[in-house]
Write a protein that binds this ligand. Structure first.
Ligand SMILES: Nc1ncnc2c1ncn2[C@@H]1O[C@H](COP(=O)(O)OP(=O)(O)OP(=O)(O)O)[C@@H](O)[C@H]1O
Length: 247
């Protein structure tokens, strides 16, 4: 298999490498350039923030990196394998095995309980109902929702719903969580708590994360912060973090 990172020790191989991504949209008579040569590397165990002005291309970049949308040019490597030239079925399979997604709105199944919402994707991936429900119980309990397992989304607060969505995204053991404004819909205090829960759970479960946010306050919890401007990653800042605490 074509893997450009085979020569590197495993811990130093990026899970995700995005190279020179371009994305344009037709806009009236002209063209809107949304991604203009964006590059990203995410390594095992990293928590990386993605910030930048509204419209700078963060969501478009996350969707392309998560193999949900095809850019116009560039490369997306997942574990060293170039994915954009693969057929739809193979890309989908790589995405399901490697990537979990969380959005600003939770997209939970309304008529199902929290437990079912986290168990169902595991059953679709082939796990038995008993094992899927046990894992859903474990993850939801880690997210502080042990008392909410049998509640449907409408019986939970916005912060609780988003915690369920995070547990669901982690349930199939992805290597990488891509989150697009996961707390953008929550009040500031709830936002901080849910963000910390997301980072605690991903660290604990050994999942890396790339999280787009407008809340600069939250980026102090990340290992690195990437700034997007005009469709490019223009700055990378490294936080000095020890044991999850910024020093
Ligand atoms: N399907 C589309 N068709 C046309 N333009 C689009 C489409 N999707 C996104 N855009 C435009 O691309 C630009 C970048 O959008 P994107 O959502 O990636 O930015 P963003 O940095 O995530 O913004 P925000 O922080 O507000 O969520 C915006 O100007 C947006 O209007």
């Amino acid at each position: 298999m074509n893997n450009q990172f085979d020569h590197m020790p495993e811990a130093k191989r990026p899970i995700l490498s995005v190279r020179n991504l371009h994305r344009h949209y037709k806009s009236g008579e002209g063209t809107l350039t949304v991604l203009n040569g964006a590059d990203i590397d995410i390594y095992p165990g990293e928590m990386v923030g993605l910030v930048g002005p509204s419209g700078s291309g963060k969501s478009t970049l996350l969707h392309a990196a998560g193999l949900l949308e095809q850019p116009d040019a560039g490369k997306v490597y997942i574990n060293g394998r170039e994915c954009l030239k693969l057929n739809d079925a193979t890309r989908t399979s790589i995405r399901r095995q490697t990537i979990g997604m969380v959005y600003q709105f939770h997209h939970l199944l309304k008529e199902f309980t929290a437990l079912d919402n986290v168990a169902i994707p595991q059953m679709i991936a082939g796990k038995s109902q008993t094992k899927a429900r046990a894992e859903a119980d474990r993850l939801l309990s880690l997210m502080g929702l042990a008392e909410r397992l049998d509640h449907t989304p409408s019986q939970m607060s916005g912060g609780e719903q988003q915690r369920v969505a995070i547990a669901r995204a982690i349930a199939n053991k992805p290597q990488l969580l891509l989150a697009d404004e996961p707390t953008g819909n929550l009040d500031p205090a709830t936002s901080t708590r849910v963000f910390q829960s997301l980072l605690d759970l991903t660290r604990r479960e050994g999942v890396s994360a790339l999280v787009a946010t407008h809340n600069m306050e939250l980026t102090r919890f990340m290992d690195r912060v990437l700034t997007v401007r005009n469709g490019q990653v223009v700055a990378v800042a490294k936080n000095a973090i020890q044991g999850g605490i910024v020093v």
